[in-house]
Ligand binder design. Sequence first.
Ligand code: GDP
Ligand code: FE
Ligand code: FE
Ligand code: FE
Length: 195
Amino acid sequence: IVYTHHYFAGTRAQLLERVQAKLSDHRFAHVVRVEKAAIKLAQLNNVSPEKASIAALVHDYSKERSAAEFKQVIQAHQMDPDLLNWGNFIWHGVVGAQIVSDELGISDPEILNAIARHTVGAPEMTLLDQIVYVADFVEDGRDFPDAQIARSLAYADLQGAVSFETKHTLEYLLSSNTQIYPAAILTYNAWVAGR
Ligand code: GDP
Ligand code: FE
Ligand code: FE
Ligand code: FE
């Protein structure tokens, strides 16, 4: 896949280098597997493979930053102060999109939204949002019990896979007595309840 330079001012190889510099080997390998799944999903759903590639490669770009750095970005950009009550799992999506914009100069709103929504989803998700959300869940390294089911579903029915993933994630959080981010409930109500 060859980049047009419309969304990132460089080649794919240059973006890979920027991402690799900020991530541990295991997370960089995850990101490259998410890109592979995202490009495949983009081709199946008539979405730009270039945008899918870029969004996938940067979706976890900020995941290894400190809490102090996220808090500083939240304050500097006057983001919702309620974010301060949450942690890395929420910050690396919503605040991560801001960090990607600031550090990598990626400004396409669809790519930034796909990063922001990749962990908890949203009631309304574009095809690109859905692709990154699902690719993150079904990439070839995922080996939880239902991963193969989720993978087959993803390549047959993208919306069905968003629904499956949303329900699966919420069930996991409930079963482990983990706090649920309120926006995750809104995603559940839109994509799972009554379907
Ligand atoms: P990753 O960044 O590739 O590991 O994947 P994600 O960004 O999709 O998920 C990051 C973490 O957030 C995972 O451990 C999820 O189980 C967790 N997570 C997703 N939704 C919620 C939520 O509503 N509350 C909490 N506490 N954790 C969540
Ligand atoms: Fe993530
Ligand atoms: Fe995910
Ligand atoms: Fe991820």
